[in-house]
Every structure is written in C-alpha cells, then in structure tokens.
Design a protein around this ligand. Structure first.
Ligand SMILES: Nc1ncnc2c1ncn2[C@@H]1O[C@H](COP(=O)(O)OP(=O)(O)OP(=O)(O)O)[C@@H](O)[C@H]1O
Ligand SMILES: [Mg+2]
Length: 466
C-alpha cells in the first residue's frame, strides 16, 4: 500500500528559538508540507484551536509552557495530531518520558537533516494508518444500534452499505430526500463511523437571516460591524477536524454560495473583517429536500458549488418505498417514547399496522415518529391514524368543527382523565406537527392550524417550543 504524503498535511513547528523555527520551516516547506510556526506553547494552543495539524513538532524547553505540558494539552484538544519533540542532545531522558506520555518520537539538537525527514515521514504515515485502523474497526463492528438507523428493507440495507463506503473518505457528501426521511440521521451515522469524538456541527441554512448566517459560519473580527465587540470563531472553526452539516443547502443565499465555494476549494477562509487566512480540516455534508439539479438549471443555485458539494451522493428513499420498515420503526419509537414519558409500552394491533402500511406518509419517518409520540404521550393504546385527518377534511371540509369528536379514539380510562392536561398535550402535538410540515415557517404553520400568527406565537412561547 502506498500512503500519499501530500501538501494536505499541515505541520506546526513550536520553538522559542527563532532560528530553529525558520530552519525547520524552510526544510519542511521544501519537502512539500504546509508549515506554520509558533514561538511558544500558548501561541501554539491558539493555532491548534483554529487549525488541524497532522503533526506538531515542539521543543521541550520553552519559557511559557513546557513541551511535555503542551503535549498533554494537545492530546486533550487535538487527539488526532501526532507530536514529535525536539530535545537538546544532553536531555534525551525527558524526550523518552515524552514518548511514554504519547509523543510519537523525538529529534535531537543539533539536527541531522535526514533524521528529521525520516521521523516526520514516519509520524505522518503512522497518523494515517492509525486513523484508517480506527475507522475500519468501527466500520466492521458497527451495528444498526450504533448507527441509529432503523430499517431492514432492501433500500435501507443498500443505504447502509453506501454509508459505510462513503465514510472512508472525507470528500463532500450531498444527501437528498424528502422532508423527514432521515437525512440528518444519515449524516450523523457517517460522523459516528468517521470519528464520534470529533465535532459534528449542524447548521440550518434556511432558518437564519443571511448576515447572521455569514457571521455564524465564518466568524468575525472585533469591530467588523456594529455589535462585533469581540473576536468570534465561526462554525467552520468549531467543526475543525470533524463535520459541518449544512442542512437545507438549497436555501443558501447566493453571496454565501460564493464564499462556501472558496472554502471547499482550498479549505481556507477569513473571519469577517479579518485579513488572515484560516485553514481548517472540515468535511462538508450538505442536505436538501429540494430538487437541487432543477435549482441549478434555473440558476438559483451555483453550478460550480453544486459540483463541489455533490462529490458523493446519498439519496434517502421515502418511507412509502420501504414500508417493510414500518413495524421496526414503530417498535423503536414506542420504546423511545415510553421511556421518555415513563409509561407502560403501548401495543399496536395488527389492524392498525395494516392501516399504517396503507398510508403514504408524506411526512415520512418524522410523521410516523410524531404519531407515536402523540399516542404514547396521551397514553392511547391506539395509534392515531393519519386517515382520521384526511377523512375528516374530505367529509366536512376545512373550517367546520362538527364531527371533531371522531378525531381521536376516545380512550376513557376507568380512573378518569385530566382533561386540561390532555388538551394541552394534544395542542402541543398539533403545533409541533404544523411546524414540521411547514419546515418551521411559523406564518404558514399558524395558517395550517387555523390560528392567527400572534396566538400561534403566544402558544409556542407558552409551551416553550421556540
Ligand atoms: N431510519 C431511521 N431510524 C430511526 N429514526 C429515524 C430514521 N429516519 C428518520 N428518523 C427520525 O425521524 C426524524 C426525522 O429525521 P431527520 O431529521 O434525519 O430527517 P430529515 O430528512 O433531515 O428531514 P428534513 O428534510 O425535514 O430536515 C428524526 O427524529 C429521526 O430521528
Ligand atoms: Mg433535516
């Protein structure tokens, strides 16, 4: 197996002696690596927060933080980085102690150029192998429970194979599929397979105003705009070493599309109002329920950005194309919500199961999940059937309240019910479902439940659903 050692690797050289810094910088740049320098432990930590380094070469004796202390902090902050220590010839013992603490190797002063080259090459090869091994182990032992994806149908098995395959790389991935099919679940499972300890940062590109989204993603320098009272790191920095999940990518405003393209091209960006480049190692996984190809044709989405995001593609099929999964999903959600509401598990009659299998689930898995939550929350032994809603509309038409008694199966327990609580619970469920169906757009959701925007918002506040 050949291991590519390319300029993808960033190396940080930490030494308080300027001439050593410069010498290593020149040597390693010539070898084709990207090199940064820091003249002490604190500066190094600052850089490690912002940038992922495959390798950190640090002097042991430094005035602010010792190399060994720095090593400990690196293991905490950036466990995937390799560390090589620099030691004066006479103090190899400390270097050996460093290796016991987890440094990969050491190089001793005065330097022998060939030794440095070899140690660094080995350290980087070791880093790649270590990551590959860890990933492989997780992939081999990954069970459905670990991935959090329920489903045994053919389409779901194919999906899981794809997930395992794509999680071997850190190329951008585009996940498509209708609302509520489980796109985020898929993204999280890739994260699990890659490295569960690394950051997974979800961002909803549709729910945040343009300016805010820009400063959220890229961060800003103090004074960049009114209100920017101190420097702030963007989510690209927070996601360093892990995954940035850009949900509803189809709604990303044009100006931000240009900026995102640049980050994808060279993994480099600037905070707003700052002239320094920040380099990050972030895998971008994006998701959309829109027909993104059509958006591209109609010029609402940049073609070049689309190609960058769509390096790998995962399509999550709608629930109606994999109805075999319904019983498993039901079982899973019932368990989940009976734990949450501390109720006895409710049972589902085979009649209801059949009914559910006849239903089309426009809201996909989320709709099924909400349905079960509702049923468990109000302790109804019958799952409330979606047909109840449809039929009602067909028969009585919207706006009529007659016949609403058939909305729910009235399951009157012998000991009685707390009707006000029950009604609140039902109200909450409807508000939540309306928001889901309208992708969080409150104005539309209010209309859907026949409420004014004001009272809708009031209810959301009341139930702390904001
Ligand atoms: N296969 C699955 N196994 C278990 N839970 C699932 C599965 N698919 C979806 N869910 C659950 O359904 C809900 C919706 O899933 P998710 O948020 O991933 O959908 P989505 O495709 O991102 O939807 P949207 O387009 O509306 O953002 C979540 O609560 C998720 O946990
Ligand atoms: Mg989603």
């Amino acid at each position: 197996m050949t291991i590519p050692i390319t300029s993808q690797h960033r190396i940080l050289v930490v030494d308080d002696e300027k001439n050593i810094q410069t010498m290593l910088e020149i040597l390693l740049t010539k070898e084709g690596y990207n090199v940064d320098t820091a003249s002490g432990g604190r500066e190094a930590l600052d850089k490690i927060d912002k940038t992922f380094y495959s390798l950190i070469i640090s002097d042991i004796k430094m005035p602010d933080i010792s190399g060994l202390e720095l090593l400990r902090l690196i293991q905490e902050k950036s466990p995937r980085s390799m560390v090589v220590l620099i030691t004066a010839y006479a103090s190899n013992e400390t270097a050996v102690e460093g290796m016991k603490l987890g440094a990969y190797d050491y190089i001793s002063k005065p330097f022998k150029i060939d030794e440095i080259r070899l140690v660094i090459k080995n350290a980087l090869e070791h880093q790649i192998l270590k990551e590959e091994n860890l990933k492989l182990k997780r992939q081999l032992s990954a069970s459905i429970d670990d991935l959090g994806i329920i489903g045994s149908s053919k389409p779901m098995r194919n999906l899981m194979d794809t997930i395992i395959r794509v999680s071997k790389t850190r190329s951008p991935i585009l996940i498509t599929g209708e609302s509520g099919v489980g796109k985020e679940v898929v993204a999280r499972s890739i994260h699990y397979l890659q490295d569960p300890k690394s950051p997974f940062i979800p961002v909803n590109c549709g729910g945040i105003p343009e300016n805010l989204l820009e400063s959220e993603l890229f961060g800003y320098k103090r004074g960049a705009f009114t209100g920017a009272i101190k420097d702030k790191a963007g989510l690209f920095e927070t996601a360093n070493g892990g995954i940035l999940f850009l949900d509803e990518i189809g709604e990303l405003p044009m100006t931000l599309q240009v900026k995102l393209l640049r980050v994808l091209q060279d993994q480099t960006f600037r905070r707003l109002g700052d002239s320094r480049d920040i380099h990050v190692d972030v895998q971008v996984i994006s998701a959309t329920n829109r027909d993104i190809e059509k958006e591209v044709i109609e010029k609402r989405f940049r073609e070049d950005l689309f190609f960058r995001l769509n390096v790998l593609r995962i399509h999550v099929p709608p629930l109606r194309e994999r109805k075999e999964d319904i019983p498993l999903l039901l079982e899973y959600f019932i368990k989940k919500f009976s734990t949450k509401y501390q109720t006895k598990p409710i049972s589902i009659s085979s009649f209801i199961l059949k009914e559910l299998e006849n239903y089309n689930f426009p809201g996909n898995v989320r709709e099924l999940e909400n349905m079960v939550e509702r049923a468990v929350a109000i302790q109804n032994s019958n799952i409330i059937l979606p047909e109840a809603f449809e039929t009602k509309e067909e028969i009585s038409g919207p706006g009529e309240s007659e016949g609403s008694d058939s909305f729910y199966t009235c399951n009157f327990p012998n000991e009685g019910v707390n009707l006000p609580d029950l009604l609140e619970e039902i109200e909450k469920q409807y508000l939540k479902e309306a928001l889901n169906r309208c992708q969080g757009k409150k104005i539309e959701a209010a209309r859907l439940v026949g409420m004014s925007f004001r009272s809708f918002r009031y209810k959301l506040e009341k139930y702390r659903m904001e």
